[in-house]
Design a protein around this ligand. Structure first.
Ligand code: KIV
Length: 264
């Protein structure tokens, strides 16, 4: 069993093989997801909502992410492990380097940051110093209060063009992976085709190189509601490992996400 690295994901993209990603926050779920074949695990700041019960991701701290990264690390043998950098932990390149180092030393293989043009210098500095970066564009939840709610992004031509330009710029700055969240499917397709690096979608249609979901949504246990772009695989399988296999299978075959999970 060879470990998934950024080179593996690049190869998957070049071969047109769709890959899967899930959030994970502890060793037991991480081990189950990893052994069933999920390629990328994200210790997401979504923990603020699904673990801690907040309304958004802003209260999550670097120590929260570091603790859960250490837990997940112990369960992972194969998958690439990404740790989210929480709200305001990368407001300056210096803060980003200090906090990213903590997350890498907790066991992450890569860190994820939300934002576009303002992050270019940070992405370049982190990469130059040996910290691989996954960027995140579109509906970036740490900016929920700027957006005025969890709203689809890039629906008008100007914003769509800005997101596409930011994706190209962030790749040029050194990012090795990009997550696009809640954007129209045609825009996600254009970004995936324009970039050499793999693009992972959530609420972004079927044409990205990989898909990511929050584990609580896949297992139908999110408090509140399951977003339209997600799918409860436990409902159709009744068993957690089977649910994960069904998710992987549907992504690989291009069945998930369907049009009912996609924004235009
Ligand atoms: O925090 C998270 O779980 C995320 C994914 C939804 C992409 O950023």
């Amino acid at each position: 069993m060879s470990k998934i690295t950024s080179s593996t994901l690049l190869k998957f993209k070049q071969e047109g093989k769709k890959f899967t990603s899930l959030t994970a926050y502890d060793a037991s779920f991480a081990s189950a997801f990893d052994s069933e074949g999920v390629d990328v695990l994200l210790v997401g700041d979504s923990m603020g909502m699904v673990l801690q019960g907040h309304d958004d991701t802003l209260p999550v701290s670097v120590e929260d992410i570091a603790y859960h990264t250490r837990c997940v690390r112990r369960g992972v043998k194969r998958a690439l492990l990404i740790a989210d950098m929480p709200f305001m932990s990368y407001a300056t390149p210096e803060q980003a380097m200090t906090n990213a180092a903590i997350l890498m030393q907790a066991g992450a293989n890569m860190v994820k940051v939300e934002g576009g043009h303002w992050l270019l210098e940070t992405v370049k500095k982190l990469t130059e110093r040996g910290i691989p970066v996954c960027a995140h564009l579109g509906l970036t939840p740490q900016s929920v209060h700027v957006f005025g709610g969890f709203k689809i992004q890039g629906r008008d031509a100007d914003n769509a063009q800005r997101i596409l330009d930011e994706a190209k710029a962030i790749e040029a700055a050194g990012a090795q992976l990009l997550v696009v969240e809640c954007i129209p499917a045609p825009l996600a397709k254009a970004i995936s085709e324009a970039l050499t690096i793999p693009v992972i979608g959530i609420g972004a249609g079927a044409d990205t190189d990989g898909q990511i979901l929050v584990m609580h949504d896949v297992l139908g246990i999110s408090s509140g509601y399951i977003p339209r772009f997600s799918k409860n695989y436990l409902k159709q399988t009744g068993e957690i490992r089977e649910a994960i296999r069904a998710y992987i299978d549907e992504v690989e075959k291009g069945i998930f996400p369907g049009s009912e999970h996609t924004f235009s």
